[in-house]
Design a protein around this ligand. Structure first.
Ligand code: PRP
Length: 177
């Protein structure tokens, strides 16, 4: 057994809250009368979605999709599968994808490509954390929260091997235990 991973705070809950408030204001301005579908990518985005939509005081729908990119470790396998599709029809609808992190960009690229083929009225991406140093494919981020360094981060929905999602702050994981 290795030692416990060492976590150091990168963004406090107050910084996250301020970021979510800013993003919600931007989204409200753009979607107030559009009755959008927010499509959140499981599992990591659940906490961000929950906080974000509580700040959106206009009609909207929520859908979830599940994709797989990372295995049990820290590196992306590069292979994306759509394990759970949205239930609602997206054709002709204003669709906003909600992600916790853009790393290589492969997951978001795959999902935006898939949804784009369904002919939504509009298709945009909202991301809490962006790790541009690791990008393998360009991704157009319409609503960007926090830019993060090329470090492994956990907390506020983000996991390492299914651990640490529940933490209210975002941490850098310094070692793997
Ligand atoms: C994470 C994250 C994104 C994706 C980003 O999901 O939620 O969906 O990886 O990585 P990429 O830009 O390199 O594709 P993960 O596969 O870890 O699943 P989880 O959200 O269920 O933890």
């Amino acid at each position: 057994m290795g030692s416990e991973p060492k976590l150091s705070v990168l963004f406090t809950r107050d910084e996250i809250e301020a970021t979510v408030n800013r993003l919600a204001a931007e989204i409200r301005r753009d979607y107030l009368t559009k009755h959008p579908i927010l499509i959140a990518v499981l599992k990591g985005s659940f906490m961000f979605l929950a906080d974000l939509i509580r700040r959106l005081d206009f009609p909207l729908e929520v859908e979830f999709v599940r994709l797989s990119s990372y295995g049990r470790g820290k590196e992306s396998s590069g292979k994306i599968k759509l394990a759970q599709r949205p239930q609602a029809k997206v054709k002709g609808r204003h669709v906003l994808v909600i992600e916790d992190i853009i790393d290589t960009g492969l997951t978001a690229g795959f999902l935006l490509d898939y949804l784009g083929k369904k002919k939504p009225a509009s298709l945009k991406l909202c991301v809490l954390t962006d790790k541009p140093a690791r990008r393998q494919t360009p991704v157009n981020i319409d609503y960007r929260g926090l830019t993060v360094p090329d470090k492994f981060i956990v907390g506020y929905g983000l996991d390492w091997d299914e651990r640490f999602r529940h933490l209210p702050d975002i941490y850098v994981m310094e070692n793997e235990g």
